[in-house]
Design a binder for this molecule. Structure first.
Ligand code: B12
Length: 479
C-alpha cells in the first residue's frame, strides 16, 4: 500500500501567510511515524510539504501522478479549504481509485458536513488522528467494516455517517518520534525574534504535550484534544531533542505546546536532562502569564531557553473576561517582571476585535503592550474559527460574515473579516492593528534598545529582516 501525506500549499493558493517563518508539518510526520511503527507490513509512505516548499498546484498534481498512492491524507486548517478542494478534484481526475482522507482543525470542527460539501473527499477524521487512521488503513486493506472506527466520517448512500466515539492515545511515549526523515528539514526556520542567538544548523519544532486546560473562547484546542492535557515523559522529550541535534543538526528548537511548563516538575526535569546531555541548543516556547515561576524560568534559561511567547491578548480586564482567558493584566505584569529579572526575551501576542471591543479597550491594549515592553509583539484581528465558542457566539449574534471565504480565516490581513462588530468597522480594526504595531515599534526608547543589542553582522541582518517583516505586515494591513 502507498500512502501520500500532503500539507496543502494554501498560502500560495490565495491564502494569507502567517508571521513569516516555516514550520515542519509535525502532525503529518507523527501520523507517518505511527503507521510505520504499528502497521505491518509497513506501507510505502511519503510526505509532501507543499506548503513549506511553496509548490504550485501543478507541481502537487505531478507528485501525485508520479507516486500514484492508494491513499492521500491531507491536513486541513480552515484557510486551506479551497486548496484542499482543488487538490482533491485533481486526485480524482488522476485516478478515482485513490482514496482521500482529511484531518486537522477544519474537519474536527465539521465532522458531519465537510465530506458532503467536498464530494471528492472520502473520509474525514476528527481530533487526534493516529488510532483512527491506523484502523482506516487496516480496514481499507482488508475491505473491512469502517463503522466501528472512532472519529471517522464516511459516506454511505450519499449520506455522511460520523462515529462520535473518540480514541485518545493514553501514553504519549508510545508514539514514535515524528518521521522527520520524510521532511525537507533544511527549509524550516523561525521568525521568532531573530533568532535565538544561534546561526548554525536548523530549526526544529517539538511537541512535548497535547491539549490545554483552559477554555479561551477563540481557541479550537478543545475541538481537537478535548479539555485534557497529556504529557510525554521528560526522558522521552529529551531523547527526541537529542535525535534532532545529532541526526538533523538542530541548533534551535521551538516547543509548540500550548503551555510548555504546564507541569513544573516535568519542565525542570526536561531542563536538567538537557543540561546533563550538554545539548548545545537555544530554544523558545509558549506559556501563560500564570505559568511563570522564577525557579522554573531560571532552570529553563540555564538549559538554553531564550524566548518566551505569551498570548496576553488584551489590556482590558473586560475583554479578558469576555474571552474567558483565565488570566489578569496584573498576572501579566508579574510574569514580565520575572522574565526581565532573569533575562529571558519575550514575545507578546495581542488580539483586537473581540466581543465587547471598543476603541477605548483597544487603546488600553496598546498602552498595555507598551507598558509590558516585550522584545517583539504581534497584533491580530480576532478570527472566530469554527469549532470555537466564539464562532457560536458570533453566529448567534449575527456577527458572522457569511460572505467571508474560508481562505480569509487567516491571521494577518483579510479582505472580508469573518466577524463584523456593530461598533468597529473592518477598516477601523485594520487601522488600529497597524497603529498598534507602529506605536510599539517606533518608540525612540525601543529603537535605541534594539540598536544597543547589536553585537555582530548577524544582529544587523536580523534587525533588518525584522524591519522588512514589519513593513510587509503593516503595508498589507493598510491596503
Ligand atoms: C503550534 C501551532 C501552530 C504552529 C505549527 C502548526 C502545525 N501545523 O504543526 C504554527 C505557528 C506554524 C501554526 C500556524 C498556523 N496555525 Co496554528 N496552531 C498551533 C497549535 C497551538 C498547536 C497545534 C498542535 O498541537 N499540533 C500538534 C499536532 C500533533 O496536532 P495537530 O496538528 O492538531 O494534528 C493532529 C490532529 O489534528 C490530526 N490531524 C491533523 N492533520 C491530519 C491529517 C490527517 C489525514 C489525519 C487523519 C489526521 C490529522 O492528527 C494529528 C495527530 O494526532 C494549535 C492550537 C491547538 N492547541 O491545537 C494552533 C491551530 C492549529 N492553528 C491555527 C491556525 C489558524 C493556524 C494558521 C492557519 C495561522 C495563519 N497562518 O493564519 C497557520 C496554519 C499552518 C498550517 N499549515 O497548519 C488554528 C486552526 C484553526 C482552524 N480552524 O484552522 C489553531 C487550532 C489555533 C486556534 N486558533 O484555535 N500553528
Amino acid at each position: 500500500m502507498k500512502i501520500l501525506f500532503i500539507n496543502p500549499p494554501f498560502t500560495r493558493f490565495g491564502g494569507m501567510e502567517g508571521q513569516g517563518g516555516k514550520t515542519a508539518p509535525l502532525n503529518l510526520a507523527y501520523l507517518a511515524a505511527y503507521i510505520r511503527e504499528y502497521h505491518k507490513p509497513t506501507p510505502e509512505i511519503k510526505i509532501l510539504d507543499a506548503e513549506g516548499l511553496r509548490l504550485s498546484m501543478e507541481e502537487v498534481k505531478q507528485h501525485i501522478k508520479d507516486f500514484l498512492p492508494d491513499l492521500v491524507g491531507m491536513t486541513m486548517p480552515t484557510p486551506a479549504y479551497d486548496c484542499v478542494k482543488e487538490i482533491s478534484r485533481g486526485i480524482k481526475n488522476i485516478s478515482p481509485k485513490i482514496k482521500i482522507v482529511v484531518g486537522g482543525p477544519h474537519p474536527s470542527a465539521f465532522p458531519e458536513t465537510l465530506i458532503a460539501e467536498i464530494p471528492e473527499i472520502d473520509f474525514s477524521i476528527r481530533g487526534e488522528g493516529e488510532i483512527p487512521l491506523l484502523e482506516l488503513i487496516k480496514a481499507l486493506k482488508e475491505n473491512g467494516n469502517l463503522d466501528y472506527i472512532p472519529s471517522l466520517s464516511q459516506k454511505k448512500d450519499e449520506k455522511v455517517f460520523f462515529n462520535p466515539e473518540r480514541a485518545f492515545i493514553k501514553d504519549l511515549d508510545s508514539i514514535p518520534f515524528p518521521a522527520r526523515d520524510l521532511l525537507p528539514n533544511e527549509i524550516y526556520y523561525t521568525s521568532l525574534p531573530k533568532k535565538m542567538g544561534t546561526t548554525k544548523g536548523h530549526l526544529v519544532n517539538i511537541f512535548s504535550s497535547r491539549g490545554c486546560l483552559y477554555n479561551c473562547t477563540y481557541c479550537e484546542s478543545y475541538a481537537i484534544w478535548e479539555r485534557k492535557v497529556r504529557l510525554r515523559s521528560a526522558q522521552n522529550v529529551v531523547a527526541e531533542i537529542e535525535e534532532c541535534v545529532k541526526k538533523y543538526g538542530a541548533s534551535e528548537i521551538v516547543f509548540h505546546d500550548d503551555i510548555f511548563p504546564i507541569n513544573r516538575e516535568r519542565a525542570i526535569e526536561i531542563c536538567r536532562q538537557m543540561k546533563e546531555k550538554k545539548l548545545d541548543i537555544h530554544w523558545a516556547c509558549m506559556t501563560r502569564v500564570n505559568f511563570v515561576w522564577e525557579n522554573v524560568m531560571i532552570a529553563m534559561k540555564e538549559a538554553g531557553c531564550r524566548i518566551l511567547n505569551f498570548g496576553f491578548e488584551s489590556g482590558s480586564e473586560v475583554i479578558l473576561k469576555n474571552i474567558n482567558k483565565g488570566a489578569t493584566t496584573e498576572q501579566a505584569r508579574a510574569a514580565m517582571r520575572i522574565c526581565k529579572k532573569i533575562g529571558l526575551r519575550t514575545m507578546g501576542n495581542f488580539m483586537i476585535g473581540n466581543l465587547g471591543e471598543t476603541e477605548g479597550t483597544i487603546r488600553e491594549t496598546i498602552n498595555f503592550a507598551k507598558e509590558l515592553n516585550t522584545d517583539t509583539i504581534g497584533v491580530f484581528v480576532t478570527i472566530p474559527y469554527p469549532g470555537t465558542k466564539l464562532y457560536e457566539q458570533a453566529k448567534e449574534l449575527g456577527y458572522l460574515n457569511e460572505k467571508t471565504p474560508w481562505k480569509d480565516y487567516a491571521s494577518v490581513a483579510v479582505s472580508e473579516p469573518p466577524m463584523r462588530l456593530p461598533n468597529l468597522s473592518p477598516e477601523r480594526l485594520r487601522y488600529w492593528q497597524s497603529r498598534a504595531l507602529r506605536e510599539f515599534y517606533f518608540r525612540p526608547a525601543y529603537i535605541l534598545k534594539r540598536l544597543r543589542e547589536i553585537r555582530s553582522w548577524q544582529d544587523i541582518k536580523n534587525l533588518f529582516d525584522g524591519f522588512i517583516l514589519f513593513l510587509k505586515i503593516t503595508l498589507r494591513i493598510s491596503k
